[in-house]
Design a protein around this ligand. Structure first.
Ligand code: COI
Length: 352
C-alpha cells in the first residue's frame, strides 16, 4: 500500500526541551489508515489535526480501542533509533485479536512509522532523559449502537516529545497496594493495551494520589493476594539476591521493558524468577530487611525506582527511599542502549 504524504505549511513552534513533561505536545504530522470492506486502505501522513467522528462511533460507546507506546531516540551523531519496535506491533495484533479487531500488517505499520518519524525528525528531543513518545492506536468507527464488533476501524500514529513520565523523574516513587478495587481478571483483557484497563484504574489512582502516592500496585482479582502490576508499569522486587517479578498470568501486560530487564538480568547472571508473588511475602521481606530494591518498568516510565510501599496502612520504605544499585544499572544500561551511548550487544535497537 502506498502512503500519501501531505506536509504541513504551518509548522508548530517547538516546546521548551527543559519542560516537556509527558504527553502534552504533539508533532506536526500524524499517520492514519482506515479498515473498510475488509481491508486496510487510505494510508496517509497528514498535518496533525482534529478528526471528525459520528456521535455513534462504536469506540466511544463500547471501548473497542487498543493502543501502544514506543519511543524514538536521537543519538549524538543525529541517527534515529527505535527500541524493539516489532514487539510493539506484534502486541498490537495480540490486543486486536482479543478485542475482536482485525490485524494490521506489522511490517507496513513499522514502515509507516519510519516515514512519519523522518518527516518529524526535528521533534525528537536530544537532552538526556527525553525522547519522542510514539502512540499508535486503533479504534472501531462504525456509527452503530448495537453491541457487536465494528466492521470499520481507524489506525493512527501520533508523536509527542517527552521528558520523564513521573514528576519525580528518577527519584523513587511511592506506591499504594490496592485492596478494594481490581484492574483485571484472568480471562479478561488485562494482558491487552486497551483503553478500558486504564479507565478501570482511575478511581483507585485518584484515591492513592489523595493519600500522597504516585501509583497503585494492583493485586489479583480473585484472591486479592498476588501482585500483578503497577498502574503504568510492570514491577520487580529484589529479595535477598533474587529478583522476582509476577508471572504473565493473562491479567497483566507483557511489557517490552519487562522482557528486556529479564534478559539483561539473565545475561548478568542475576537470578530472576517469574512467579506468583504475594503482597504478604513482599511486606514480610520489607519488614525483615530482605527486600533490597524494587522498581517498575514501562516504555513511558523506563525504569522507575520504588521508594515506599503501603499496604493496608503499613508503609514500608525501600532502600532508604534511594535508587538501588541494580535499579540504577538497569536504567543506565537500557537508556544507554536506547540512545546508543553504549553498544547495543542485545540487538534491540532499530535504525529509522
Ligand atoms: C507506556 O508505557 O507506553 C504506556 O502505554 C503506559 C501509559 C503511559 C499508559
Amino acid at each position: 500500500m502506498n502512503i500519501s504524504i501531505t506536509k504541513t505549511t504551518t509548522p508548530k513552534p517547538k516546546p521548551d526541551i527543559n519542560n516537556l513533561g509527558f504527553g502534552q505536545y504533539f508533532s506536526d504530522h500524524m499517520f492514519t489508515m482506515d479498515y473498510i470492506d475488509g481491508k486496510w486502505q487510505n494510508a496517509q501522513i497528514v498535518p496533525y489535526q482534529n478528526i471528525s467522528m459520528d456521535p455513534a462511533t462504536m469506540a466511544l460507546h463500547y471501548g473497542q480501542l487498543i493502543f501502544e507506546g514506543m519511543k524514538a531516540y536521537k543519538t549524538a551523531d543525529g541517527s534515529i533509533f527505535l527500541f524493539r519496535p516489532r514487539k510493539n506491533f506484534e502486541r498490537v495484533n495480540v490486543s486486536n485479536e482479543r478485542l475482536a479487531m482485525p490485524p494490521v500488517d506489522e511490517d507496513f505499520c513499522l514502515e509507516a512509522l519510519c516515514e512519519l518519524i523522518k518527516l518529524d525528525a526535528d521533534w525528537i528531543p536530544d537532552k538526556p532523559g527525553t525522547s519522542l513518545y510514539i502512540r499508535p492506536f486503533m479504534f472501531a468507527t462504525d456509527p452503530f449502537l448495537g453491541v457487536r464488533p465494528s466492521q470499520t476501524y481507524k489506525f493512527m500514529i501520533i508523536l509527542s516529545p517527552v521528558g520523564a513520565y513521573y514528576s519525580e523523574g528518577l527519584n523513587p516513587v511511592k506506591i499504594y497496594a490496592e485492596d478494594e478495587f481490581v484492574r483485571a481478571v484472568r480471562g479478561g483483557v488485562g494482558f491487552t493495551k486497551t483503553a478500558g484497563n486504564y479507565a478501570a484504574s482511575l478511581k483507585a489512582q485518584t484515591e492513592a494520589h489523595d493519600k500522597g502516592y504516585s501509583q497503585v500496585l494492583w493485586l489479583d482479582g480473585i484472591e486479592r493476594k498476588y501482585i500483578e502490576e503497577v498502574g503504568s508499569m510492570n514491577v520487580f522486587f529484589k529479595i535477598g539476591d533474587e529478583v522476582i517479578t509476577p508471572e504473565l498470568s493473562g491479567s497483566i501486560l507483557s511489557g517490552i521493558t519487562r522482557m528486556s530487564v529479564i534478559e539483561l538480568l539473565q545475561k548478568w547472571g542475576v537470578k530472576v524468577t517469574e512467579r506468583k508473588l504475594s503482597i504478604d511475602e513482599v511486606m514480610a521481606a520489607a519488614e525483615n530487611g530482605t527486600l533490597k530494591e524494587s522498581w517498575g518498568t514501562g516504555t513511558a516510565a523506563v525504569i522507575s525506582p520504588i521508594g515506599e510501599l503501603n499496604f493496608k496502612g503499613n508503609a514500608q520504605v525501600i532502600n532508604n527511599n534511594e535508587i538501588g544499585e541494580l535499579t540504577s544499572k538497569l536504567y543506565d544500561t537500557i537508556t544507554g542502549i536506547q540512545t546508543h551511548k553504549i553498544a547495543d550487544d542485545m540487538g534491540w535497537t532499530f535504525k529509522v
